[in-house]
Design a protein around this ligand. Structure first.
Ligand SMILES: Cc1cc2nc3c(=O)[nH]c(=O)nc-3n(C[C@H](O)[C@H](O)[C@H](O)COP(=O)(O)OP(=O)(O)OC[C@H]3O[C@@H](n4cnc5c(N)ncnc54)[C@H](O)[C@@H]3O)c2cc1C
Length: 157
């Protein structure tokens, strides 16, 4: 990947959160996949917006990854920027009966959090592999439960 692009990214995200030729096998449940030319881990919305502006302005190929539970990456890898949301992991109560979860939080963690706070509704998703961001985009369901039935609000970039 072009040095200039790496420098641009370095102005948005700290160095330790930009990985070069990162094996995607480290980021997929099936442990398959060759290297991503750049693997970047934004830590907040400003950084994520900065990265998205960069990839759009320069028309760079990019891919967003959650927990990698639903991904099969080729051994050839990905010649572009993989944007990982693993650092979007805030999880807290909002009011008395809602949960606020950032896109990188695992469904299993939300289910445990709901149980610990005596909230019901998320039980169906406890065993669905992946993050809440992945669940939102893929409209996850299991048993009689469905994400759309328990979702109050989603922030979309
Ligand atoms: C063993 C097994 C059992 C499963 N059981 C169920 C089940 O019972 N019910 C069910 O509904 N599903 C089931 N799934 C599918 C699973 O729910 C999906 O794999 C999961 O929702 C994907 O989430 P992830 O964070 O791992 O996404 P990833 O695998 O990382 O990504 C999947 C897709 O979502 C996109 N994506 C991920 N996060 C975001 C984000 N924040 N913003 C934009 N795009 C994003 C990625 O670009 C990619 O296209 C199962 C999967 C496995 C492997």
């Amino acid at each position: 990947m072009n040095k200039e692009i790496i420098e641009h990214l370095g102005q948005i995200v700290s160095e330790e959160n930009i990985l070069l030729n990162e094996p995607m096998s480290r980021h997929t449940t099936f442990r398959t996949g060759g290297p991503a030319a750049l693997f970047v881990k934004p830590g907040d919305l400003d950084q994520l917006q900065g990265i998205m502006k960069l990839v759009r302005n320069l028309e760079l190929p990019y891919f967003v990854v959650g927990n990698g539970s639903n991904l099969l990456v080729s051994d050839k890898g990905f010649d572009g920027i993989v944007v990982s949301l693993e650092r979007f992991c805030e999880l807290r109560l909002e009011g008395e009966s809602s949960i606020y979860a950032e896109s990188g939080v695992l469904n299993s963690a939300i289910a445990s959090f709901a149980r610990d706070n005596s909230l019901t509704g998320f039980e169906f998703a406890a065993g669905i592999p992946g993050t809440i961001g992945g669940a939102m985009i893929m409209k996850r369901r299991a048993y009689d439960g469905e994400m759309k039935l328990i979702t109050r609000e989603v922030t979309v970039l």
